[in-house]
Every structure is written in structure tokens, then in C-alpha cells.
Ligand binder design. Sequence first.
Ligand code: NAP
Length: 298
Amino acid sequence: MSVLRVCPLLPSLDEALRGHYKIVDEPSDEVVAAVTTSKYGVSNEQMDALPNLRAIVHFGVGYETTDVDHARARGIVVSNTPDVLTDSVADLAVGGLIDVLRRMSAADRFVRRGDWAHGQFPLAVKVTGRRVGILGLGRIGRAIAHRLTAFDCVLSYHSRHQIPDVPYTYADSPAALAAGVDVLVVATSGGSATAGLVSAAVLAALGPSGYLVNIARGSVVDEPALVEALRAGTIAGAALDVFADEPNVPPALLDRDDVVLLPHIGSADTETREAMGDLAFRNLQQFMTDGTLVTPVA
Ligand code: NAP
């Protein structure tokens, strides 16, 4: 019984796997489980080349790179690493929001360029009390809302399902949400169901004083429409941790001071990554013991 390492893994996870199981990098009839990341997933072709594959373990909460229906039809169970990264991704979302409104990264560049000697940095936009809309009020979306409550933000949200036990106003579409807020924070899952959800029309509804924060997936935002909205000034700015074609960032964004560009670091702190590695390992271990998973995907 072997475990397929689909892609490079966190060193501590890799070490734990090698200490307990026979790890292989090529498909074979021996492979019963595959360990992968949100970025790589397991393709249908890979699944079909592994006749005895019974479990796919993801390092990461997103699993849109794996066709779960295809896996299920083949009797393969799938896990991810929810909850353990929620706080850090929410922290980064709030950091990006504050950065783009208060123009902290732009101000840092201003100081480094020596421009302070020649005049004051332009005034920015206040964070406290702003109207913020969360698109996708799941685990991370709720943690973002919780943090923004401390900033006295007026919160609303849109998900496909209205949630009965939250004190935030529900908007019945992404455009309706965007129309009523100063900042739209994208925290949905990725994949085909949310592709292009933040469309040109949603950006237009956000308006010329509106800001976009995206920590979900690049695919959720119509990226060419976003670039055009920034160029035309039909939105005020954006903080982006995720892009449509990572690690490629639209060149038109690179010299803009009204965007904060981050290299997909939502969960990228040591404690969180170790917790994700530990949970991925525990999923594999439980599968190898009794065929079940600690955190199976829904
Ligand atoms: P989650 O609890 O499953 O939340 C996802 C939310 O998206 C749910 O509220 C869901 O609500 C909503 N949603 C899904 N499809 C939608 C649609 N078509 N329209 C509107 N809302 C929709 O997942 P999570 O743990 O919060 O993680 C969310 C996502 O964050 C992950 O899937 C991943 O893509 C991203 N992420 C990014 C980083 C990073 O490094 N930047 C790190 C971790 C995760 P309904 O089902 O009611 O629509």
C-alpha cells in the first residue's frame, strides 16, 4: 500500500508521511491514497491511472482542483483542511482592507522613494464605520465579519443561502450587495460555481468610491473587468491575494498605487501551515486505520 505524493508538500508533512508510509511520486496499482494541495488537486486522468486509489487528502481548504463528483463515482473519499486556517485568512483579509483604504503599502513606497522630503502623502479613506459586504459568509467570511465588528463596520453579506443566526443584512445578489457597500470582500469558494461572480456589473455597482478585497480565488473575479474598472476609475481600489493565473499578475496592475498585490499568502504563517499539515496527516492516518476521514469535504 503506497501513498502518492502529487506535488511538493510542506517539509514537516512530507517527513511525517515518509516516517509512516511508503511514499511514491509515480502512479501505480499499489497507490491507495494521494496527498495533494489546493493548488494541484488530483486530475481525473490521475484518478483513472490509479485503479486502487480510495482517498484524496488535500492540504488546504479549497478543493476545486479535484473533481469530487468523479472521485465519488469511483469510490474515492476526499478530505480538506477547514477551520485551522480560517483565522489567518481572515486576518489577512482585514489587513488587505486596511492597507488599500489607508494606502499603507503605497505610503511605504512613498517613504522609500524619498518622496516624503518633497511633500505630504495624500489623504486616504477611514476604515472605522465603513459599510462592508462579505460575498460568501462561510467559515472565513464569518471570521472576517467578526473582526470588522470591532471596527464598527456596517456589515452585509451574500451567499446562496441566507443564514438565520447572523446579525448582518442579507443581500439577494452579488450586485445588490456591492451596490450597498463601500468595500466588497470576496470569501466564497472557488471552482466553476463561482467563476466570474464578481462581474463587470458587480464592479459597476460597487462604484467609483468602492474597494474590492479578494482572498478567495482569482477565478471568482472577472479579472479583465477589474483591471478596466481600476483603469477607468469606476472603482477606487483593490486588495488582492489571489489571481486568475498565479503567479502571473496582470501587468497593468503592477505600477498602480491603488491596488495591494499579495502572492496568495492567506494561510502562509508557520503556525497555520503546521496545523494544516497536521490535519492533512491525521486525515491520511485515520483513512489508513479505518477507511474514514477526519474532515471529509461536504
Ligand atoms: P466555506 O465555509 O465553504 O465558505 C464558502 C462560502 O462561499 C459559503 O458561505 C458559501 O455559501 C459561499 N458560496 C459558495 N458558492 C457561492 C456562490 N455561487 N455565490 C455566493 N456564495 C457562494 O469555505 P471557507 O473555509 O470559508 O473558505 C472559503 C474559500 O477561501 C476557500 O474555498 C478558498 O477558495 C479560499 N481560501 C483562500 C486562501 C488564501 O490563501 N487566500 C486560504 C484559504 C481559503 P452558500 O453555499 O450559501 O452559497
